[in-house]
Design a protein around this ligand. Structure first.
Ligand code: SF4
Length: 445
């Protein structure tokens, strides 16, 4: 019987894409995907440590596998990703989860085949977590979840050390992939039928700063070269740190047709005082001017953001500053979170006198205002025709198909027999909700 694998992924798109590499490595070893976790011969948890909730869920999932491991001792259970880069978590796994056979870090992904071999031949648990920045391993096999769109990592790590964030400690310093490797990967994807790529990095705006020798590269140039040199039809990217968003990039977003009209620009707080505590290195006013400039030069662009509520020391006045800025900028959408302390970060040591109830109240207020704004933004599409990349059957809206337009809006439409995932189609928008648009496919325009 062929061996099977099951991967559970927590966290951001970087992790989702890393799991595609894990799946590619397992496929190269002859494994195939299991549809149920109980059928797998190797189970991997690709973990996230950005919020406590993700860690708790991971341990809950691992705990539920104890009986399976007892019934099938040959089953390999592995944990990898950001969580296990923290020595405290490795110690916890060693002590409390003896049936976890394999632990490997974010810099050790490429070693998966040899680590599995070690587990199988030694019969004992294998732990391999490098704490230095990993080299960039090109040409690892990738088993992609979709055929018409793809993630493409352009850089790894982060140099920013925002006070609340664990990422620089678990993903290392910034390392950019060589532009020729990125361009070659995208052209290969185009040959395989991919229409849309999303370029990934913790802060894509820093792309190229660490590349030495040869020509100077930055993110705006990379976007332009991808647009000119490859036949990809749509380019997205995430994530952008506001302090590094250059004028050159604003111009490229406004003028390069293949770059989607959507920018995710994390605000985190609308209070300069809190932004300083967060070590974000921009002020409320600088962010405000940046957002205005982006919208001026690119009026059709959709802006989305991340906001943390209840950062240690955030007072009522700071929160009101955030609300006011959110209303003024008018985001198309926002990911809003209550601050979650992460051991080892500067913010975890800060005094935090604000009660949980107060933070929840603030979060609810922020979400209410943002949802009202999102609805108005979406309603503005009613009566327009928008180009949609077809994804297929809607997960949330049975009987409908879905796709996304350039502004990254989720668009529902009735299924049409001649359409298939990957088609770029015109859709006439007839209604809107806070999170979605609904329309009709226009067979001719
Ligand atoms: S830019 Fe800040 S929030 Fe983003 S990954 Fe780096 S340290 Fe974390």
């Amino acid at each position: 019987m062929p061996q099977k694998y099951f991967i559970t992924t927590f966290g951001c798109q970087m992790n989702v894409h890393d799991s595609e590499t894990l799946a590619g490595l397992l496929t190269s070893l002859g494994y195939s995907p299991a549809s149920l976790i109980e059928e797998a011969d190797i189970i991997l948890f690709n973990t996230c440590c950005v919020r406590e909730n993700a860690e708790n869920r991971t341990y809950g999932n691992i705990g539920a596998l104890k009986a399976l491991k007892q019934a099938r001792p040959e089953l390999i259970i592995g944990m990898c990703g950001c969580m296990v880069q923290q020595p405290s978590e490795v110690a916890k796994i060693k002590q409390s989860y003896p049936y976890v056979d394999l632990v490997f870090g974010t810099h050790n992904l490429h070693q998966l085949p040899e680590l599995i071999h070690k587990v199988q031949t030694s019969g004992s648990r294998v732990i391999e977590v490098w704490d230095t920045d990993g080299a960039i391993y090109e040409d690892l096999p990738i088993r992609r979840a979709e055929t018409f769109r793809a993630w493409v990592t352009i850089m790894y790590g982060c140099n920013n050390f925002c006070a609340y964030c664990i990422v620089p400690y678990v993903r290392g310093r910034e390392r950019s992939r060589k532009p020729e490797q990125i361009l070659a990967e995208i052209q290969d994807l185009v040959r395989d039928g991919v229409k849309e790529i999303t370029l990934l990095g913790q802060n894509v705006n820093s792309y190229g700063k660490d590349l030495t020798g040869g020509e100077r590269w930055n993110f705006a140039r990379l976007l332009r070269e991808i647009a000119y040199q490859t036949d990809i039809q749509r380019i997205r990217f995430q994530t952008s740190h506001p302090k590094d968003l250059s004028d050159d990039l604003i111009e490229t977003l406004a003028t390069e047709a293949k770059v989607c009209r959507h920018l995710h620009l994390p605000l985190q707080s609308g209070s300069t005082r809190v932004l300083q505590l967060m070590n974000r290195r921009y002020t409320r006013e600088q962010y405000r001017q940046l957002a205005a400039e982006i919208k001026n030069r690119n009026p059709g662009i959709a802006l989305t953001t991340d906001i943390i509520v209840g950062f240690p020391g955030e007072l009522e006045g700071d929160f009101q500053d955030t609300l006011a800025l959110v209303s003024e900028i008018g985001y198309d959408g926002a990911f809003t979170f209550i601050y979650s302390p992460r051991l080892g970060t500067p913010a975890a040591k800060m005094a935090d006198p604000v009660s949980e109830a107060e933070k929840k109240r603030h979060l609810a207020e922020l979400m209410k205002i943002q949802n009202q704004i999102s609805l108005v933004k979406n309603q503005a599409f009613i009566g327009t025709v928008t180009e949609v990349l077809v994804e297929g059957v809607s997960e949330r809206n049975p009987g409908m198909w879905s796709g996304r337009n350039s502004q990254n809006k989720l668009v529902h439409f009735k299924p049409v027999s001649q359409l298939k995932p990957g088609n770029l189609i015109p859709v006439s928008i007839i209604s809107a909700t806070t999170f979605t648009l609904e329309g009709e496919f226009l067979s001719s325009v």
